[in-house]
Design a protein around this ligand. Structure first.
Ligand SMILES: Nc1ncnc2c1ncn2[C@@H]1O[C@H](COP(=O)(O)OP(=O)(O)OP(=O)(O)O)[C@@H](O)[C@H]1O
Ligand SMILES: [Mg+2]
Length: 507
């Protein structure tokens, strides 16, 4: 009994906050929930990133839902990467259930059903606000990392961007980029080698093959206009609740490369456009990535480096990143070591390898005199998790096996009718989904090549004529077509810096 009181005091002291906080549930000892021993996470440390892990069916996605809702309620906007399409229910209130009431009685907080402002976004042709970025915005550095090309090839990619920048050629989609790549070793060969050095067709061929592979993963859907303005993720509704922006990614499971491309582009864009945050006491935006192993799966070393550095840097912009995955080992160590909040659901010990993973996971948690962490990890029930957070001073809070509260919104997905109604009300869909078919590098180069070819043909004909008439005459009009692109192309487009969104971030 004394033990229990001491534990209660230990939790109460460890989870008391001065500023605003969100409540996850109540602490448990030896399988029993201690009513009112509330586990509260200070808003102030929510930009310090986090992890929600656990075996399948243990409650990870519901914990994500709980965190998202409570942030929204406090006026913090949220972005959810919904891999399985099971989060749209946030737009409708929970129908309630006696089990939910029981759960909340144990925790000591009343259950209220509530819906939240939701915007549905998409990377593909599914219904929702289209998320796109132009190749210009993406920039040569990120493009090289995503394509995982050699240093020489990355150099060529930079030259292509520089050329387009110098000549005001908008690089909107991958078609544009492919066109200019081909141009650099065909019609534009002389011009390129004069200004930037010779470009080898073997290198452009290799780059081209990588681009085709990215296109096959759906990259052609992602690159283009109208590009998404990340400020639109920061909306607050008329009741002061943060918007929960859900990116439906159900069709992306088998396309990890496209997902990494999108994530990196988004994070880089946020990093460069959001202002530096002082000590505001609350995050600007919190991003949850469900099934996060997908961004790390198949990621090249260069890409992993990139992800790690962005994770580190984006915190100062008031942006928290939360990875949701089955096993903490799915997340690279360099990222794991930067995480402030950990919500660890049950792990299953079927094999020797599992037991080893559990031991390793347990060692990464603060030592507690109240728990044998590795044992607790296998005994947690559904919707229960080991929680360790950072207090307002940035010091780890006491380890707490926690009975998680239930989501206030629906745990199931929206019906088709409900989804339709939600999409119908969206202002952003109206803003982003009209198709833009602006003239860009592809069309402009085609026009140019066309003109140059016609000019050449005309010249040839004239020369032939002249030859017949006065065989001695050798007027050369070559100079007028030597640099055709520069002469003809001009575009009102203001291309962002040559380095694209990552220019400032990378050497
Ligand atoms: N906090 C909670 N409150 C009430 N019920 C919960 C809670 N967490 C989990 N559950 C119950 O457990 C079920 C499984 O939870 P959830 O979908 O979150 O698991 P998961 O770990 O994300 O599984 P998967 O690995 O398959 O994605 C839910 O449908 C719900 O019935
Ligand atoms: Mg899940």
């Amino acid at each position: 009994m004394a033990d229990k009181q001491a534990f209660f005091d230990h939790i109460e002291e460890g989870y008391t906050t001065k500023g605003e906080s969100i409540t996850l549930g109540a602490a448990m000892l030896e399988g029993e929930t201690l009513t009112n021993a509330l586990v509260k996470i200070p808003l102030k440390t929510m930009n310090r990133h986090g992890l929600i892990a656990g075996a399948t069916g243990t409650g990870k996605t519901k914990s994500l839902q709980v965190l998202a809702e409570n942030l929204s309620e406090k006026g913090v906007p949220v972005l959810l990467m919904d891999m399985k399409g099971d989060l749209s229910g946030i737009a409708e209130p929970s129908p309630g259930h006696e089990k939910i009431d029981e759960r909340h009685e144990k925790i000591g907080i009343p259950f209220t059903a509530k819906n939240f402002p939701v915007e549905i976004l998409t990377l593909s042709e599914q219904n929702g606000v289209r998320l796109r970025a132009t190749v210009s915005e993406f920039g040569p550095v990120l493009l090289s990392r995503i394509l995982d090309v050699s240093e020489t090839q990355a150099g060529i990619i930079s030259v292509i961007f520089k050329y387009c920048d110098d000549n005001k050629l908008p690089l909107l989609d991958l078609k544009d980029f492919k066109k200019i790549l081909q141009y650099a070793t065909n019609e534009g060969k002389e011009e390129f080698s004069e200004k930037y050095g010779r470009i080898s067709p073997a290198s452009t061929g290799a780059i081209l093959r990588r681009i085709v592979a990215l296109e096959q993963q759906g990259g052609d859907l992602f690159f283009g206009e109208k590009s998404f303005d990340t400020d639109d993720l920061l909306r607050i509704d008329e009741n002061g609740m943060g918007y929960i922006n859900i990116v439906r990614l159900t069709d992306i499971q088998d396309r990890p490369n496209l997902f990494s491309t999108f994530m990196l582009s988004l994070l880089a864009e946020i990093y460069t456009t959001f202002p530096e945050q002082g000590d505001s006491g609350r995050p600007e935006l919190v991003i949850f990535i469900d099934e996060a192993h997908l961004i790390f799966k198949e990621a090249s070393d260069a890409l992993l480096d990139q992800i790690e550095s962005i994770v580190k840097l984006i915190r100062s912009k008031g942006v928290g990143l939360y990875f949701v995955t089955q096993n903490p080992t799915d997340v690279p160590d360099a990222v794991l070591s930067q995480l402030g909040l950990k919500v660890q659901h049950a792990l299953r010990a079927f094999t020797a390898k599992d037991r080893k993973a559990i031991k390793l996971t347990a060692e990464n948690y603060p030592i507690s005199e109240y728990y044998k962490t590795d044992e607790v990890l296998t005994k947690l029930g559904i919707g229960e998790a080991l929680v360790s957070a950072l207090n307002e001073k940035g010091i780890p809070t006491p380890l707490a096996a926690t009975m998680m509260r239930a989501p206030m919104s629906r745990m199931d997905v929206l019906e088709d009718q409900e989804l339709k109604a939600l999409l119908g009300e969206s202002k952003l869909i109206k803003k982003y989904n009209e198709s833009v078919d602006r003239e860009s590098a592809y069309e402009m180069l085609n026009d140019k090549i066309d003109i140059a070819e016609k000019e050449e043909a005309k010249e040839k004909a004239e020369k032939e004529k002249a030859k017949v008439k006065r065989s001695s005459s050798r007027s050369s009009s070559r100079s007028s077509r030597q640099n055709p692109i520069v002469k003809v192309l001009s575009s009102p487009t203001v291309i962002r810096s040559v380095l694209g969104i990552l220019g400032k971030l990378l050497k």
